[in-house]
Design a protein around this ligand. Sequence first.
Ligand SMILES: NC(=O)c1ccc[n+]([C@@H]2O[C@H](COP(=O)([O-])OP(=O)(O)OC[C@H]3O[C@@H](n4cnc5c(N)ncnc54)[C@H](O)[C@@H]3O)[C@@H](O)[C@H]2O)c1
Length: 458
Amino acid sequence: MTKNLSLLDNSQIDVHLTNNSLKIGVVGIGRIGLPTALYFANSGFDTIGIDINTELVTMVNSGDYPLKDEPGFAEIFENVHSQKKLVATSDLSKAVPECDILLLSLPTPMDDKNIPDYTAFLSVGKSINKLLSNGQIVIVESTVEPGFIENELLQTIEGPNHTLKSGVDFHLAVCPETANPGEIMKDFKKLPRLVGSIDEKISSIVSQIYTHVFGVEIISMPNCKTANAVKLTTNVFRDINIAFINELALLFEKLGIDTYTVIEAAKRKYNFQPHFPGPGVGGPCLPVNSYQYLNSSKKIDTKFLKIVKEARQVNESMPNHVVKLLSDAFSESSKSLDNSTITLLGVSYKPNVRDVQIAPSKKIIELLTRKNVTIKIFDPYFVSTMVFGYKTEKSISEALNDSDATIIITGHKEFNDLNLEIFSAMKDPILVDCTGKIDPKNAKANGIIFKGIGRGGI
Ligand SMILES: NC(=O)c1ccc[n+]([C@@H]2O[C@H](COP(=O)([O-])OP(=O)(O)OC[C@H]3O[C@@H](n4cnc5c(N)ncnc54)[C@H](O)[C@@H]3O)[C@@H](O)[C@H]2O)c1
């Protein structure tokens, strides 16, 4: 029988925390869910990771681990595995009735019309209607629109005939995950957590549990929708600010101003927050979160959040600008871009992670293939594997061999301090830099025809 924590006082819950006598379920053990499950397991709680991906379940149970690009992950995974504190399963029906606390770390992508897609949530919500019974606490860790939990998830879990009652048979709470891929294990130990719920008592229980496991500051939210609004606001703030700096970059290229010089100097003013230009904004968070806010506002009035829509348009147009810079460089060198061979350095949507979700590199590749270009890819996080239907190269030098031009798309740390002589392997080398890593003067001094996003005046 699971424990109904809502009937216990703080000191009784403390006893369960100290004795590790709570069973935790995490539904969705992907990039965020698996590290979360590991933290609970590493604190001593028996934890079940539940996922429809049977290959992932087998991997986790066999002690192999994904997320090899996540610093600090291996140590904690190996510790938890040797202590046998985490098991993975695809059997939701068997796992859920055993758990006192159920965390939902399910994907919240968008469809091809940029409408948020909550299929995974609604499907799990429907299934757990038949599995919850004794006041278990369900905590939504995923990023969802404000109001989704109150207006859709709650009703789905209660069921069409209200066979379950929220606040009695189960309790809904929220604790949106805010960690950054590539820094997740570190972020878990330092970022404050936002906790909200449908009823206040549950907020305080969830806060007590998260304080015990993560030891970070808890920010109490008045309800679930406010917590979700905070999460979206931090990410959409970044999307908008990157769009602003991307627009400035386009202008500065025409005005002969170097964007990086401007940002470096502007940073000296205490209330300026630097954002950097780039080939677009990808990943499972920022673009999706902007469309989640747009979806929320559309239900009220389309006049809201025009700035978010504009920002999306700017960021989504950046791959076209990258190809324009490349085409300008070809014109300058009197070579033809059509039928040429182009090397792409980096395909991940952001530096230092193995992840190509909504990556700008995909659109750049699509635009280039329209010009009948041969694509070669080197990405240190995708070595000798398939990405977007292309076999990636083993090394930079192989990728540059017989190439006409290179685009540095992702600012992986492995591309810091590149020796520009490597580009002389290309015939009449052309280099387009989307990352700001290459000093234009240095590139020119090495005989490279150089273009960089926001690099005016070169
Ligand atoms: N990745 C990030 O950078 C990040 C950061 C903060 C928050 N988030 C949010 O966290 C949530 C999860 O993101 P993620 O990056 O971990 O996604 P992910 O795709 O890496 O993991 C989701 C997991 O859920 C599983 N899943 C899908 N449908 C399921 C179902 N019906 N039942 C059980 N398992 C199912 C998938 O197989 C997958 O393993 C999203 O809402 C995302 O916006 C992500």
